[in-house]
Design a protein around this ligand. Structure first.
Ligand code: AMP
Ligand code: FES
Ligand code: ZN
Ligand code: ZN
Length: 308
């Protein structure tokens, strides 16, 4: 007879085993447990308060949709922002927008959509192609950051929330450590405070959750999300780092969470400098007004030079 995994709280059939917490949960008990972990992260890292307005960056993937769902359950004030990047391969961007819009509509949530091609004249794939050494992912990150900051500033949100989970954070930490990226190591974390009126606070409320936990949550809650990976992320070093960490985790449960939370604690204790400021002197970009350390146009405005 097959061994049936039982919920540690009620004895019903469990849908997930989380050995790092010595916990197995059924569908019914998983939902409040996940919400509790998010609330814990919000309080522990002082991410935001119930009277603040949060702009949730939603890609259409499991993590950011689960995040929006959880923040709504917890009673926070949220609105969504989806950025249509114009990635046509396998209809990636259209599918992402469709799932995000359907999610918002079903729940009566307010979603803002920014279409990069409609506003700036080219998709991120097209604009990256025209730039020397312009890797699509790097261009994509630059464009997303700029649009999120602009939207948060114009509509007066207190913080931008993204769906980064503990696996994402641990993988980036591993890469940053392998290369001793001091600048990133001094900043990486669940909270990036606002260091300029035009740059909103960035928060990651899912940092205490493993990816398989947010995935299980999304499935249990019936969230219809985009399963395909971005075609440009295939082969990215962060995906390899995730695989390696999962291999270690399989042998010693808790490796990922200890690695990441241990890092945050070490920095808090002063083992690493904590640097949240802008590097060097900053000026306002003459075109968009966002702060830049460049002489003249910011990197975002330079990207679109000659396109429009
Ligand atoms: P990624 O860099 O694709 O792993 O995404 C990290 C987080 O950025 C996601 O969890 C979302 O919160 C946000 N994000 C990614 N892509 C988009 C998008 N197209 N529109 C809005 N937010 C996004
Ligand atoms: Fe930006 Fe893939 S999501 S390049
Ligand atoms: Zn149960
Ligand atoms: Zn600019």
């Amino acid at each position: 007879m097959a061994h049936v995994m039982k919920c540690s709280q009620c004895g019903a059939t469990a849908v997930i085993n989380m050995p790092q917490h010595r916990l197995k949960l059924c569908a019914e008990h998983l939902v409040p447990w996940v919400a509790k972990m998010v609330q814990k992260a919000i309080e522990r890292y002082e991410l935001f308060t119930p009277d603040e307005r949060i702009l949730v960056a939603v890609s259409g993937g499991k993590d950011s949709l689960a995040l929006w769902d959880i923040l709504e359950q917890l009673g926070y004030q949220t609105e969504g922002l989806h950025i249509h990047l114009g990635i046509d391969d396998e209809g990636y961007s259209d599918a992402s927008l469709a799932k995000t819009a359907a999610f918002a509509q079903e729940r009566g949530l307010l979603l803002h959509v920014v279409n990069v091609r409609e506003i700036y004249g080219q998709s991120i794939v097209e604009v990256a192609r025209g730039r020397r050494g312009g890797r699509t992912c790097a261009v994509c990150g630059l464009v997303k950051r700029h649009i999120m900051n602009e939207m948060a500033h114009e509509d007066g949100y207190d913080a931008i929330a993204t769906g980064h989970n503990l696996d994402d954070e641990a993988a980036v930490l591993l890469m940053n450590t392998l290369h001793w990226e001091r600048r990133f190591l001094s900043k990486q974390g669940p909270l990036l405070p606002s260091i300029h009126p035009r740059l909103a606070r960035k928060v990651k409320p899912l940092v205490l959750l493993y990816e398989r936990e947010t995935a299980a949550y999304a499935i249990v809650r019936g969230i219809d999300y985009v399963m395909q990976e971005c075609p440009y992320a295939v082969g990215a070093s962060s995906i390899r780092a995730k695989g390696i960490l999962n291999q270690l985790e399989r042998h010693s449960p808790g490796t990922k969470v200890q690695f990441y939370l241990g890092f945050l604690r070490a920095r808090e204790d002063g083992w690493l400098p904590s640097d949240r400021g802008l590097d060097g002197s900053v000026a306002a970009c003459p075109r968009c007004g966002q702060p830049t350390t460049a002489d003249g146009l910011c990197a975002f405005c330079r990207l679109w030079e000659g396109v429009r």
